[in-house]
Design a protein around this ligand. Structure first.
Ligand SMILES: O=c1ccn([C@@H]2O[C@H](COP(=O)(O)OP(=O)(O)O[C@H]3O[C@H](CO)[C@@H](O)[C@H](O)[C@H]3O)[C@@H](O)[C@H]2O)c(=O)[nH]1
Ligand SMILES: [Mn+2]
Length: 751
């Protein structure tokens, strides 16, 4: 009878869905209506601009070159807007039912990849917190294998891992026993205390002491060894080690409970070999884990992205184990949510439009992008066609994957995903030696790693480009954004980090957009859907925003000073077109902000940072990509700083911009502000004297708008005296620059 019941339940559970997809109908209708109206308005605008060239009574007051420039800027903006609509065509949200998954024995194994690169920028204790949170996932521990890639090859990290493992032997049983939701120890012990007593409270205290001790030991070792000159992050041999219990004492703690496998991987690096940054590190992890645990699924995490909810693995499996979608499903992506962003988010670092709108929109097409972290990826998807087709000829496989027999053997077993790791096979020294070979520089010579298989090397935004190639091969992905953040990371909270990161992203993205892989062209001949390709194209081309941003920040203002009108007269029909375009884009943005549950304040931040980033990182990123293309520069990946700096944090919490950033970032920002001030004062004075208003209303408004959006910069220039204010020399330099531009402009207009 019992058996019968159980059988009945299992049959039922396989027929009821483990996930649901909800179409956001209202959002879709509003978006499509907006697309229609906005496009019609754009057609009128284009007509207005274009008719200038054909009109008999051409306004000779306006130089054709200036008109063309403004027109070009508007066209670029309209083009990117149009591409952007693809990700708003069909927006969905998803829900999962992990309780409907099969029993634990049937769950597939998971390899967790954590990457760290620089122990000075990435505090060891924080990296270990990420590792610990991953080890503590609510999943059968024998099916979790955590690999940490250490690109800095630092003994501090290795020491940290040993200590973390010892602490995990206390931490994991404690998490399981009390079913903790927050399994990142730093977050758990950092949360506000509630009144607790009894066994739980005393055990919590005991574990807290262990955690403090762990922290202390790691930090002490770090202080003693961090600056060690014998460690060279750029040149070192491979080091691979399986981390084990330090002592019998710790071993006793877990009793019969299994512990996840924990492996330290530091690949070989030599200055003469390109190491391809994070993508290179991930490919080494793919190979090393390939000969150790070879799990069919991979959880990718940045070293600062800890697991904030132990159920993410089960949630992801709701999709991966669905026979209907699984065969073509490459990965399940969760959003990147940041733990350290203040209420007013002055640097707009939460990436709202990406994680709250675009990814949901792409999910309605062929799926969201891989976002570098917080994803559950199917290993097979990265192994390309040969493995997918089940080619077992070792010679063919070696031509693609390199000469390791052990690795090839495991590839041939790929089609049997539920197989567990061979008992203790990863312990033999033979496997470790093989792994070191797989982690050596020359292993990838004349193989297809980074080109056809694994994470792609073509661009520094390896996540973007890798998922683009996956979608081109016909793979799909899904996006899951549940109410409780499954992962939490460190967002950028100062201007310098924000702009350095933004420059890297712009450079990597536009590099793809301007190459033969441009999604608009390359996408056509592959299996990617048209709308999905357009959404990818938008992401690879949006750095071109620097063109309209510079034009709108400079040209109308220079013209205003000289009384040259660039826009229609107030209340003329074409004026209404411009007014409509402004209102339509603004109200759509505001609608999306509210729809995604954010406050109106976000709008100001987003507008502000659109300008700030466009005139700095988008421009520098584009220049960087072009210089790389013509061979003047090499690719680079400066990891983002993750160390909390007290003084910076204080400014951030107070909502004040920190202008301690290189002059190359500050001068464009300050220069545009000064120019707009000049233009506003000069232009309005002139209008008062000459007595025309109607033609310059739009230009005057534009300057007022730019200046009000730039308020923090003005404040930093004139009203603040603290360390984070705009250095006076920057203001002086920028002013000199503006005067030079004005002088040049005078000559240009008078000839
Ligand atoms: O040579 C390198 C450089 C970086 N990393 C690691 O890559 C991760 C991401 O680097 P981070 O400095 O945090 O850059 P972000 O700009 O914050 O990262 C975003 O952008 C990257 C692409 O530029 C993606 O890979 C990331 O997942 C995404 O979070 C970190 O764990 C680093 O340790 C390496 O392993 N090797
Ligand atoms: Mn990061």
């Amino acid at each position: 009878m019992v058996q019968f019941l159980r059988k009945g339940r299992m049959e039922a559970s396989s027929s009821i869905p483990r996930h649901l997809c909800h179409l956001n109908l209202l959002f879709m209708l509003i978006s499509r209506a907006h697309m229609l109206l906005h496009s019609i308005a754009l057609v009128f605008l284009i007509h207005y601009r274009a008719s200038f060239f054909f009109s008999e009574t051409q306004n000779h007051q306006i130089p054709t070159s200036i008109w063309s420039l403004v027109f070009a800027a508007e066209l670029v903006l309209a083009f990117i807007w149009a591409l952007n609509q693809a990700a708003r065509w069909k927006t969905v949200t998803r829900k999962v039912f992990p309780e409907r998954l099969p029993e634990d024995e049937k769950l597939p194994a998971i390899d967790v990849f954590v990457c760290t690169a620089d122990p000075t920028k990435e505090p060891t204790v924080d990296v270990m917190n990420t590792v610990l949170s991953a080890m503590a996932l609510d999943y059968p521990p024998e099916k979790i294998h955590v690999y940490l890639s250490d690109d800095g090859s630092s003994p501090v990290t290795l020491f940290g891992m040993r200590e973390a493992y010892a602490f995990a032997m206390w931490w994991l049983p404690f998490c399981r026993k009390y079913g903790l939701k927050t399994r990142c120890p730093k977050a758990y012990f950092g949360a506000p205390e509630e009144e607790e007593n009894g066994e739980y409270a005393s055990e919590k205290q005991k574990i807290r002491d262990k955690y403090e001790l762990f922290k202390e030991r790691v930090n002490k070792f770090r202080d003693q060894n961090l600056g060690d000159p014998s460690i060279n992050g750029r040149s070192h041999s491979p080091v691979i080690g399986v981390i084990r219990a330090n002592s019998q004492d710790d071993e006793g703690q877990t009793g019969q409970l299994a512990m996840p496998l924990l492996v330290y991987v530091s690949r070989e690096k030599r200055p003469s070999y390109p190491h391809h940054f994070k993508a290179g590190a991930l490919n080494v992890l793919l190979r090393v884990s390939g000969v150790m645990s070879n799990s069919p699924y991979i959880l990718g995490l940045d070293c600062d992205m800890y697991s904030n909810d132990p159920s993410s693995a089960r949630q992801a499996m709701c999709f991966h184990l669905d026979p209907k979608i699984s065969p073509s499903l490459a990965f399940v992506q969760f959003p990147q949510i940041f733990r350290n962003i203040s209420e007013n988010d002055i640097y707009d670092s939460k990436l709202r439009s990406v994680f709250w709108v675009c990814w949901h929109g792409m999910d309605g097409l062929q799926g969201p992008l891989l976002s570098g972290t917080c994803y559950y990826l199917k290993r097979e998807a990265l192994y390309g066609k040969l493995v997918q087709d089940g080619t077992y000829d070792p010679m063919d496989l070696k031509a693609v994957f390199g000469g390791s027999n052990e690795f090839i053997k495991r590839l041939q077993q790929m089609k049997r995903p539920y197989e567990n790791r061979g008992t203790d096979c990863w312990e033999t020294s033979m496997v470790l030696r093989e792994a070191e070979d797989l982690a050596s520089c020359r292993y990838e010579d004349s193989t297809k790693w980074g080109k056809e298989v694994g994470f792609m090397y073509f661009s520094v935004v390896e996540d973007y480009f890798t998922s683009f190639t996956l979608h081109c091969k016909g793979w799909a992905s899904v996006y899951l954004n549940p109410p409780r953040p499954q992962f939490l990371g460190t967002g950028t909270t100062n201007l310098n980090d924000l702009l350095v990161q933004g420059t890297r992203w712009s450079s990597g993205l536009i590099e793809v957009g301007l190459s033969r892989f441009c999604p608009l062209i390359y996408g056509l001949s592959t299996k990617i859907s048209i709308l999905e390709a357009l959404a990818y194209a938008e992401l690879s081309l949006f750095p071109l925003y620097f063109i309209p941003a510079w034009c709108f920040g400079v040209i109308p203002q220079l013209c205003l000073l000289h009384g040259i009108p660039l826009y229609p007269k107030v209340l003329s029909p074409y004026f209404l077109v411009f007014l409509f375009i402004f209102l339509s884009s603004t109200s759509k943005q505001v609608y999306e902000i509210i729809w995604s549950g954010h406050s109106l304040h976000t709008w100001v931040n987003e507008r502000r940072h659109w300008m700030i980033k466009s005139v700095t990182c988008h421009m520098y990123g584009s220049m960087d990509a072009i210089m790389k293309k013509i061979g003047l520069r090499e690719a680079s990946f400066l990891p983002t700083n993750k160390v909390d700096d007290d003084e910076q944090t204080k400014l951030y919490e107070m909502g004040l911009f920190d202008f301690q950033a290189p002059a190359m970032f500050l001068i464009p920002l300050v220069g545009i502000v000064i120019l707009n001030m000049f233009a506003l004062v000069g232009g309005v004075t002139r209008a008062l004297l000459v007595g025309y208003w109607e033609e310059i209303v739009v230009q005057t408004f534009l300057s007022i708008f730019i200046l009000s959006v730039s308020y923090p910069i003005i404040e930093g220039m004139f009203l603040r005296k603290d360390k984070g204010s705009v250095p006076p020399r920057i203001t002086v330099f920028s002013a000199i620059g503006v005067v030079a531009v004005l002088a040049f402009w005078n000559i240009f207009v008078s000839v």
